[in-house]
Design a protein around this ligand. Structure first.
Ligand SMILES: [Zn+2]
Length: 424
């Protein structure tokens, strides 16, 4: 009895893509939306002259211990000799950039014909409750005919405790151990920023993100198999945002308003970045990514960032933004990156309106080098822009020139420098 669940990383997925033919992985995710033609193409690709019948296709959540897929199917070509289930935790919305696919081999009961595939989480593969499961089976019969089922949809449900579920056109919210208003707060926050997301990107996220919120630490840790207790180090992970399952999970540590209007809106902007910049392979500074996400918060970020940066200006400590890698987003000065980035986005917005956000992102989507994208969109050199930004902040407009040390060659630039937070 051998069971295997495999999280496919990029190189593996590209290999799989080559082996299986593109259709296998770029079919639309919702079974009810024009899925049939793509599936037909897949079935033909696998050489099929048989008549296939799916009698039963089920999914059972065993949260937090994983889930089970079951299938009853027949082929006129003979016995089914091989079965494998493949699933994703979000709709497949990207034509070019792959999304992680997981797989498990089906066991075929020789007596009943029932096919079963089980997935159990490990430390590196665990997913939170309430992620979506978009799955399909690949079957082969004794004559070598191949078949791919329609896509099934389920959720990794946690039925062991009460969850509040709130759905709008833009978001699906799950909340446990929080007030009855939690879901409505997130819905209202998303509604309040709807236009800004649209204007900033030119379109909405092509899927509805899941926001999964926990009111207590014990429940939050339950799904994180083998988690390390880091409280002694003064670090506690309170959130994860994932493009792989299209959502964010957070445990509350402030007020519910802060969670909804601060953290959630911030993390949703990270999902936009991940979705639309998925194909970007050239350097994007961490402060830009975090400043942008902070720019989408509707809590007291404006006051906090303004005070923080004003203090740096007063002390004569305003770091250089647009040369080199700029302020950091980690370590002791992590907030430099967040708040200087925020003030930079605020400045852009004051000068050019939200349209500049979209222009810059459009250029980044096209893989334009970061500095070039900023200069193209604003029509200013980064030195001019930085000087004006510094003056706007009340700092001397003289931009400290960084001592030229080592200039990385373009092909040595780190391939995935964007930092997407655990936490924020
Ligand atoms: Zn962030």
């Amino acid at each position: 009895m051998k069971r295997r669940a495999l999280a496919v990383t990029l190189p593996l997925l590209l290999m799989a893509l080559a082996l299986l033919g593109a259709n296998a992985l770029i079919t639309p995710a919702r079974a009810d939306e024009a899925d049939a033609p793509a599936l037909a193409a897949v079935a033909q690709a696998g050489a099929n002259t048989a008549e296939w019948t799916v009698e039963q296709m089920d999914f059972t959540s065993r949260y937090p211990q994983g889930f089970v897929f079951t299938l009853r199917a027949t082929s006129s070509g003979g016995e089914i000799v091989s079965a494998r289930v493949e699933w994703m935790h979000r709709p497949h919305t990207r034509a070019k950039e792959p999304i992680s696919v997981r797989r498990a081999t089906g066991e075929i009961d020789p007596n009943t014909g029932l096919i079963t595939a089980t997935w159990e989480p490990t430390q590196s593969t665990a997913v939170p409750p309430w992620v979506g499961v978009y799955y399909r089976w690949r079957l082969r019969d004794a004559a070598g005919n191949e078949f791919v089922t329609d896509e099934g949809y389920a959720e990794y449900a946690d039925t062991s405790r009460p969850w509040q579920r709130t759905e709008t056109d833009e978001v699906i919210v799950f909340a446990n151990g929080l007030s009855d208003e939690m879901g409505d707060l997130v819905a209202a926050a998303m509604d309040a920023q709807r236009q800004k997301y649209l204007d900033g990107w030119g379109q909405a996220l092509p899927y509805r993100p899941r926001v999964i919120l926990f009111g207590d630490m014990e429940t939050w840790l339950e799904w994180q198999i083998g988690h390390q207790d880091t409280t002694g180090l003064g670090i506690v992970r309170v959130g994860v945002t994932s493009d792989e399952w299209g959502g964010t999970v957070q445990v509350i540590y402030g007020t519910e308003e802060e969670l909804a209007y601060g953290t959630v809106l911030h993390e949703i902007e990270h999902l936009y970045q991940r979705e639309f910049l998925a194909g970007r392979t050239v350097f994007t500074p961490g402060w830009f990514i975090e400043g942008d996400a902070s720019f989408y918060q509707l809590d007291d970020v404006h006051r906090v960032a303004t005070d923080y940066v004003a203090d740096l200006v007063r002390r004569g400590d305003l770091p250089v933004l647009l040369q080199g890698e700029g302020p950091v987003t980690f370590g002791r000065n992590a907030l430099h990156g967040y708040y200087l980035g925020y003030k930079f986005f605020e400045y852009l917005d004051r000068q050019w309106g939200i349209a500049i956000h979209r222009q810059i992102m459009d250029l980044l989507v096209q893989n334009m080098p970061f500095t070039e994208a900023i200069e193209t969109a604003t029509g200013q050199s980064v030195l001019e822009l930085e000087r004006a930004w510094r003056e706007w902040l009340g700092a001397p407009g003289v931009v400290p020139t960084l001592i030229p040390t080592w200039t990385p060659l373009p092909f040595l630039a780190s391939p995935t420098p964007m930092q997407f937070g655990s936490g924020k």
